[in-house]
Design a protein around this ligand. Structure first.
Ligand code: PHE
Length: 523
């Protein structure tokens, strides 16, 4: 069609010298001129293509045409309302209520008035009757004329009336005058788009016609990598930690032992979190290496018999439970490793402070006897695994954001104050704390934030002061307190981007364009 139309334009120009009005053209495949705006748009495509090769020149002209509304088209088909009323009547009177049944409420209402005014119908005591022998349905005739020509000889006053009656609407259209261009020819040679080495060696480039550059054309949007929503939010949270003086912990070990994930944290060996239903255990290899013997013994003793002022769990210790390998269920397992490392000097181990300080921000404790302790602020954001039943908001793996602060004589107020500042930096102004239970912290607090969009308090994290049963076996002096808090990365991400199904955040259903389009959060 496109080619045939271009050829037609060229042929008419060749024959007649110019085209004065494209509305007079009969398009290929049709047998009469088409003044419709659709046809003119098709013609414009052909004209643009030809003029880009300078084969023609054209000027555009604006016109206002009229097109029928659905009601107008119905009148062309079935007659005007008044004609329909006249048709339904005869010399026998018809009660007004019956007319409604014959022609419908709308037509009866609109048509009656006009039919009376035209002198087509009249009223008797028994109902409505015809008073004209024949009628001429002017409205139908006018609309027919508009349908075929887009305009009306009767002129603007009648058109305005038809517009008011919502039978026609005005439509802006275009038509064109066309002249031959500098490169006019009746044969459409496809211009070259590339200058090739072959053309250069053969000399063909001298006689070739090249397509003109279109500097106006918009380029294809460049595609590039984009950070996934979780990574964007991770970056933001990481920068909050960094600006608060935290150092990032290494968290690359997804596989941990029961010892580091639970025992070191004083989680009882019978705790339900350690059940197969909650934790993924490895079958090969199934057993972990033995941790430092002296530390292991302090931990197992504290569990079984108690120590450091605690009576312990007084349940038999099982080495087997401790040495199981598993996918870590929380990043607190990594925090335990780092805290153990932080306490190395306190245990009297000879450590290179730089080496001990890997990932640990240090300030030396002034004015206290040097027992080797250095305060630390540590954080991590990484993946954890839980044997969950998957649904819209739960997957078997997710990310935890975790912060721990170790210093002498920290109090619960320090923890609460710290979290207020931290969540405020994430854009969460209103926070509340609720007493909770964790085997490794006492006291423990759940953190709730007021969500203005959801208009309710939502749980955003969990926190607490690590227990002496955890810290003292590591070798920390008695006055050292460590507080910590954790939250999921998925929850703030889903809230931030208005995602309500976790499967559109993680997995094969993640819409790539949404990943590209989602802006980085600004907490
Ligand atoms: N490990 C806890 C959790 O999985 C979070 C937490 C970290 C709580 C540190 C207290 C202290 O929910």
């Amino acid at each position: 069609m496109a080619e045939a139309l271009q050829q037609l334009v060229l042929d008419v120009l060749d024959r007649e010298g110019s085209i004065k009005d494209t509305r007079t053209l009969t398009l290929p495949g049709s047998n009469e001129p088409d003044a419709s705006s659709d046809a003119q748009i098709t013609i414009l495509g052909a004209l643009n293509s030809l003029s880009s090769r300078e084969m023609i020149k054209y000027d555009a002209h604006e016109v206002f045409t009229h097109v029928l509304t659905a009601e107008g088209a119905a009148i062309v088909k079935d007659g005007s309302h008044e004609a329909r009323v006249w048709n339904a009547l005869s010399s026998t009177p018809v009660p007004a209520a019956d007319l409604k049944k014959l022609v419908g409420d709308e037509t009866a209402k609109v048509g009656q008035g006009r039919a009376f005014k035209n002198g087509w119908i009249g009223k008797t005591g028994d109902g409505l009757i015809r008073t004209a022998e024949t009628i001429s349905d002017v409205t139908q005739e006018e609309l027919k004329e508009i349908q075929t020509t887009g305009s009306l000889n009767a002129g603007e006053k009648v058109l305005a009336d038809l517009r008011k009656r919502k039978l026609v609407v005005q439509k802006k259209g275009q038509w064109f005058t066309v002249k031959k261009g500098a490169e006019f020819s009746t044969s459409i040679a496809k211009p070259e788009t590339d200058l090739t080495s072959d053309m250069l060696t053969s000399g063909k480039w001298k006689s070739s016609k090249f397509k003109k550059y279109n500097f106006e054309a918009e380029g294809i949007p460049t595609s590039g990598g984009a950070l996934h929503m979780l990574l964007k939010v991770r970056e933001e949270i990481r920068s909050i930690f960094l600006e608060m003086g935290f150092a990032e912990m290494p968290t690359q070990s997804y596989v941990e032992s029961g010892f580091w994930c639970f025992d070191a944290l004083f989680v009882p060996q019978q705790h339900p979190a350690r059940d197969l239903q909650d934790t993924f255990y490895l079958s090969d290899p199934a057993k972990a290496d033995q941790p430092d013997k002296a530390y292991y013994e302090r931990v197992s003793r504290t569990h079984e018999h108690g120590d450091y002022g605690s009576i312990g769990y007084r349940a038999p210790w099982q080495h087997d439970e401790s040495s199981k390998l598993l996918l870590r269920t929380h990043t607190t397992a990594s925090s335990a490793h780092m805290l153990y490392k932080l306490a190395a000097k306190c245990r009297g181990e000879n450590v290179d402070e730089d080496e001990q300080g890997a990932g640990v921000s240090q300030t030396s404790a002034e004015g206290t006897a040097d027992d080797g302790f250095r305060p630390a602020k540590l954080f991590s954001i990484d993946r954890v695994f839980r044997n969950e039943t998957m649904d819209a908001t739960h997957l078997a793996e997710f990310h935890q954001v975790e912060g721990v602060v170790a210093d002498r004589n920290l109090t619960l107020a320090d923890l609460i104050g710290f979290m207020r500042v931290f969540f405020q930096k994430m854009g969460i102004e209103k926070v509340r704390f609720k007493p909770a239970y964790n085997p490794y912290t006492e006291p423990s607090l759940e953190i709730f934030a007021f969500h203005p969009m959801l208009n309710k308090w939502v749980e955003v994290g969990n926190s607490g002061m690590f227990r002496p049963e955890m810290l003292e076996p590591m070798g920390f002096p008695k006055d050292v307190r460590v507080h910590g808090w954790g939250l999921s990365l998925e929850r703030p991400t889903m809230i931030r981007y208005g995602i309500n199904n976790i499967r559109t955040l993680v997995g094969h259903k993640v819409p790539i364009d949404a990943v590209e389009a989602s802006p980085a959060p600004t907490f």
